[in-house]
Write a protein that binds this ligand. Structure first.
Ligand SMILES: [Zn+2]
Length: 328
């Protein structure tokens, strides 16, 4: 995510899924990623809308491909997070921004363990710019959808924190509460989605690091406020049971979720809106840096047979549901 996913199953007399993120029930947990990609399209200038608007559905559906790929490729997981607190102290200014320097300081293995999100976003920007230069429609759409995913993930505080699911502080499940349960319950009804016109980002690397460090700095609040709320709330009021896809599912109770959202002073809403603006800025910046090519007559306008097969395989492996590497 915005989705590092938690799937916990335990049998009582029937199976209960502790559904603190929704993916395991068949795509419901992808809500925020899909919304963010879709809404970012409306921030684009008309020259880009000629391509992006007719492919709105593609950008929405494929917003979650990077999370699905975690069921196929073990190397995928670290692209979604950075355990920034394991690399530096707040305000996190000492971490080398260049990949080569970071590898020299921490070693490649340690970075793969602690996450590579900001560096991966630099690579994605390079690839998307190249796709625009080559006027390759499928690559533009695929990389736009996937860039949207990683940009959105960078805005989630628990994607920039080693205690990413509250596992060190007795708060297991908080990841899904912040990034899935709050948006699913409140976003369409209450959030202000209009993020304005897409901005050009002069220094993409600095922009990405500003997002990731602000996420890392916000993680402490995300954890502390929930801890406090949990202590004030009897267990029976913390959770609710719902039937989802025919399965009895334990989730955070509506009242608890809303109380947490209020305690955070709407942080999830703010960061979701910032994600929409940043995704639009990413696409727009890549297009400008490629020389603003016309998007009306492009090459490679439909998927090849092997690309289709690859997508089907992704769907298949995800449906089978065995994630490789870190699960959140
Ligand atoms: Zn992700």
């Amino acid at each position: 995510m915005l989705t590092r996913i938690l799937k916990q199953r335990f049998a009582v007399s029937f199976t209960i899924i502790l559904l603190l993120s929704a993916e395991s029930a068949g795509g419901w947990g992808f809500f925020a990623h899909e919304r963010i990609n879709r809404l970012a399209v409306f921030c684009l200038p008309p020259e880009m809308l000629v391509l992006y608007k007719p492919h709105l559905e593609y950008l929405r559906v494929h917003a979650t491909d990077p999370d699905k790929r975690r069921y196929v490729v073990a190397a995928e997981a670290p692209r979604h997070y950075l355990d920034i607190d394991l690399l530096d102290q707040p305000p996190y200014r000492q971490i080398p921004r260049s990949w080569q320097e970071a590898v020299a300081r921490y070693g490649a293995d340690s970075l793969q363990r602690n996450g590579i999100l900001p560096w991966h976003l630099e690579k994605i920007m390079f690839m998307l710019t190249k796709a625009f230069r080559e006027r390759d429609q499928q690559r533009i759409l695929q990389l736009s959808a996937e860039a949207g995913h990683y940009v959105a993930d960078a805005h989630v505080p628990l994607h920039a924190c080693s205690n990413h699911n509250g596992q060190f502080t007795g708060q297991t499940g908080i990841h899904g509460l912040w990034e899935s349960r709050i948006p699913e319950l409140l976003a369409d009804a209450e959030f202000d989605y209009w993020a304005g016109k897409a901005h050009y980002i002069g220094d993409w690397r600095a922009f990405v690091w500003q997002i990731v460090t602000s996420s890392g700095l916000a993680a402490d609040t995300v954890l502390k406020k929930e801890k406090w709320l949990c202590e004030q709330t009897p267990p029976a009021q913390r959770y609710a049971y719902e039937i989802r896809n025919g399965v009895l599912t334990r989730t955070y109770a509506e009242g608890y979720t809303k109380a947490y959202h209020r305690l955070l002073n709407g942080m999830t809403a703010r960061r979701m809106k910032q994600s929409i603006a940043a995704v639009a800025a990413c696409w727009y910046t890549a297009w400008v840096n490629a020389g603003q090519p016309s998007l009306q007559e492009l090459h490679h306008t439909s998927l090849t047979e092997s690309e289709l097969q690859e997508f089907e395989q992704l769907q298949q492996r995800w449906t089978e549901g065995r994630m490789l590497g870190r699960t959140e």
